[in-house]
Design a protein around this ligand. Structure first.
Ligand code: MF3
Ligand code: CO
Ligand code: CO
Length: 273
């Protein structure tokens, strides 16, 4: 018997493995760019699922969510008060002013690339001030988290940066769902909480590949799962927004956003949002 379950191991990746993960990351980014044009009033979340599914298969990849622990579809579609893991449905049609997070995870050559974007249906002009602000806050929180990633810093620094930024808006950070190590396995060690204390948690090292995926709520951070066993909603029914990237720390210490397309390398002093 191994001392630890294999899924608990913190698997460091070589630059060669990270190079494969650039392909899955790029495909995740391309899928989100592609689906953006389809996010319009009247479209159903199942139609969005099917378009992403076909795009993934057409690129020789596998949509990881499909049948993952019983998840029934190929992407997650999380509308308004849904925090994450929303299941696409034929009867769920988007309206102007809705916010929808689309979360995609293609597997390319055995490696996962995980990314999500929150879209405002009909654009900012169609949405409430609150919908625009929580979406903006969640996007900024993701980049604050990414900016905290440096060799020698700690996982807790990521959550501390995100929490401080959400606080500045008066918004809350979801605690029940976290970022995660990723590679051949969809969800592996380490866990990346989006709240934390500076200097807490494991030290960040070259070879780590993980997601940062803050979920930001207008009201309480508390979540509840619907009877379908997946859909996580805010307990108070207020809005929630999320953005996600897959991040790699290369052997030379540079930090790369694998799901950013071709411009993933982070400049030390660039402002990334
Ligand atoms: N993509 C999600 C994440 O960011 C996980 C979805 S699991 C599923 O970790 F089963 F709901 F697809
Ligand atoms: Co993820
Ligand atoms: Co995801």
């Amino acid at each position: 018997m191994p001392l630890k379950k294999p899924s608990m191991a913190l698997l460091l990746k070589s630059d060669a493995e990270i190079d494969i993960m650039r392909s899955s990351g790029r495909l995740a980014a391309a899928t989100l760019r592609m689906i953006a044009a389809h996010v319009q009033a009247g479209v159903s979340t199942l139609e969005l699922n099917d378009i992403c599914h076909d795009f993934t298969i057409d690129h020789g990849a596998i949509p990881a969510p499909l049948h993952y622990r019983g998840f029934p579809k190929s992407i997650c579609t999380s509308v308004n008060e849904v925090i994450c893991h929303g299941i696409p449905h034929a009867t769920q049609r988007l309206k102007n002013g809705d916010i929808i997070n689309i979360d995609v995870t293609p597997i390319v050559d055995g490696y996962h690339g995980d990314s999500s974007v929150t879209f405002i249906v009909g654009g900012e002009a169609a949405a409430s001030r609150e919908a625009c602000l929580v979406t903006q806050c969640a996007r900024e929180c993701l980049y604050r988290g990414i900016d905290a990633v440096k060799v020698g810093r700690h996982v807790g620094d990521i959550g501390a940066a995100i929490l401080a930024h959400a606080d500045s808006y008066g918004y809350s950070v979801v605690r029940d769902f976290v970022g995660h190590g990723i590679g051949k396995i969809f969800h592996e060690a380490p866990k990346i909480p989006h709240v934390g204390v500076r200097g807490g948690g494991v030290r960040l090292r070259a070879g780590m590949v993980f997601t940062i995926e803050p979920m930001i709520n207008v009201g309480t951070w508390k979540a509840r799962t619907l009877d379908d066993g997946w859909t996580a909603v805010t307990r108070d029914g207020k809005l929630s927004a999320q953005f996600e990237h897959t991040i790699a720390i290369l052997s030379d210490g540079r930090v790369e956003i694998l799901t950013a397309g071709n411009e993933g390398i982070q400049d030390d002093d660039a402002t990334s949002d």
